[in-house]
Ligand binder design. Sequence first.
Ligand code: FAD
Length: 456
Amino acid sequence: MAEHTFDLVVLGGGSGGYAAALRASQLGLSVGLIEKNKLGGTCLHVGCIPTKALLHSAEVADVARESAKYGITTTFGGVEISGVTAYREEVVASKYKGLQGLIKARGITTIAGEGRLVSPTTVQVGDDTVTGKNVVLATGSYSRTLPGLEIGGRVITSEQALELDFVPKKVAVLGGGVIGVEFSSVWRSWGSEVTIIEALPHLVPNEDEAISKQFERAYRKRGIDFKLGVRFQSVTQDDNGVVVTLENGETVEAELLLVAVGRGPSTANLGFEEVGIAMDRGFVLTNERLATNVPGVYAVGDIVPGLQLAHRGFQQGIFVAEEIAGLNPVVIEDVNIPKVTYSDPEVASVGLTEAKAVEKFGADAVKSYDYNLAGNGKSHIIGTSGSIKVVRQIDGPVLGVHMIGARVGELIGEAQLAVNWEAYPEDIAPLLHAHPTQNEALGEAFLALAGKPLHG
Ligand code: FAD
């Protein structure tokens, strides 16, 4: 039995928790970081990083298939899943080693084990008591399922999907949001037949509707099947596969069903309610400065209602460390956080959709411009189609940017600067974009909205 005392105790070592620990230590605070599994959490071990490794492998398969178009002779001989696994594991292991080294180098004390909040300043980890002047809750999230839909056997979540040691011939995917479409993209590139089932009227339903529609066209062209606006009813499984029945009576037969219907907060039985922390359906409620209703206790990452993204977790972790150190950091609202759907094609966005902008300012006060990537040289060279749509307030700033096409996730950085800095197209349009880049397409949209389209 040991007692540890720190300026800051962080419960959970994922994106939000470790970012809080790193920034707090940089600011001179002593930090105890409690982790029951592996530092790096969901994103590093079973989320962002390993899935992007799979997507890269999928892209290589597509490049091999299409190489003749670029004058290169090669053949796509199939997927060697053990090779994919070795590559994925090497990427994760290397990033994990780097993170462990960084945490150690910053003098952060890591405490291995499952923590439970026993007072506003104390976390119990086994027999050890860990006390801090402030506590940051960062326990992350888990894959949700639907009532009556049990995970097991051929009904899997993203965690089992990552670990599959074969390429399924036929997969059903429940959920057309980011995680569902990401795995669908990988499997399709590897040769699987894929059917996505989505209860809302569109795939990637949180994106600007024009982008969602283009995304659906691209997926249809890739041979990915989807059923929209229809709910799941039940599933049966046997040795041969699954049969998914939908509420309209249709059935989908497949080898596996991936359940990708969102993620719930991992907050059950951790003592949060007992200490008096206000919660809503398992999420920890905070004010905009990420403080809970219990003085000295903060929350970050996926347990805080809103977007569940690693970079939001990083930002919130940095924010609370600075807040505790008295630096008065700037609040970033969810709407101004960039989002990327990693797939073929990619979708990237930040700020208001056109519909939300119209709702907020009125149709007469909003203008948008949709630049077709067909006019962009680099997009033609790399063989992608798509578009970049910029929404602005008339006589006002850029309100939102919405993109679709290969690699557009790499372009969202500039767009988020424009949105967060409330830049006027007139001010940023004269700034240069290197030629030929896909980035020029964003510049063309800014030029058009400033009233001087060049190629549009
Ligand atoms: P987590 O990363 O889940 O970390 C929480 C940590 O707390 C875990 O390590 C857990 O072991 C630990 N913990 C929990 N309870 C306790 C306890 N009682 N005691 C001690 N330790 C505890 N986001 C992106 O931005 N980009 C992407 O490309 C992306 N891809 C994704 C793909 C998939 C398949 C999934 C599932 C998620 C993806 N995400 C992505 C989301 C991203 O992973 C999460 O938003 C992010 O990990 C949230 O960080 P967090 O710190 O809140 O929680």
